[in-house]
Design a protein around this ligand. Structure first.
Ligand SMILES: O=P(O)(O)OC[C@H]1O[C@H](OP(=O)(O)OP(=O)(O)O)[C@H](O)[C@@H]1O
Ligand SMILES: Nc1nc2[nH]cnc2c(=O)[nH]1
Length: 181
């Protein structure tokens, strides 16, 4: 498929898959499940920039248990619609030895990004890494051994954007998830 250059053209060729109310409901459900899983433990809340920025902020406000914030910046799409090798732009700074890490990202697609970051956290001594995603794309290209512990919504196998996810670095602040038709 040929993808257009501008966000305006992209929107004409796209559907809304999940609107803000639907995503907020999913976020509240995830927050309650995380509170139950933490049983009061103060976890490290590790946001994967840039895509997870909006989801992580909304979710953090719904989690009742106190959490410590850190972030990583790792990208493998770099504004493109297909992924390549993972580039680390910022590694975690907090000491995660013996701690639960909530690894928070917008989308689980092929899984290379989250698999590499999870391995990095375990190598730094995290006791467990719980993967938290707003959405998971359903297809058979997932790298083995990776799945979300907490996930908001399932997506068809289409390129998506909005709610933090970019279309050629545009559209991250759209308050819904859009997909090309
Ligand atoms: O499961 P995968 O196929 O590895 O893809 C998922 C990753 O792709 C996106 O990041 P991207 O590299 O686009 O960087 P961004 O967060 O800055 O948009 C998204 O935020 C995930 O981190
Ligand atoms: N914006 C965006 N980023 C992704 N990263 C992996 N898959 C996707 C996708 O469908 N959309």
């Amino acid at each position: 498929m040929t993808y257009p250059a501008t966000l305006a053209e992209a929107l004409i060729q796209s559907d809304v898959l999940f609107d803000r109310d639907q995503l907020n409901q999913a976020i509240c459900r995830i927050a309650a499940d995380i509170d139950a899983a933490l049983e009061g433990e103060r976890a490290l809340y590790l946001t994967v920039m840039h895509g997870a920025l909006i989801f992580a902020g909304e979710l953090a406000l719904e989690i009742k248990t106190d959490i410590e914030f850190d972030y990583v910046h790792a990208t493998r799409y770099r504004g493109a619609t297909t992924g390549s090798e993972l580039h680390w732009l910022r590694e975690p700074q907090c000491d995660m030895k013996g701690r639960t890490v909530l690894l928070v990202d917008d989308i689980l697609d092929e899984g290379h990004t989250l698999k590499a970051i999870r391995e990095n956290c375990l190598a730094r001594g995290a006791s467990r890494v719980l993967i938290v995603t707003l959405c998971t794309k359903i297809h058979d290209r997932r790298t083995p051994g990776i799945q979300a512990d907490f996930n908001g919504v399932d997506l068809p196998d289409r390129y998506v954007y909005g709610f933090g996810m970019d279309y050629k670095e545009q559209g991250r602040n759209l308050p819904a998830i859009y997909a090309f038709k």
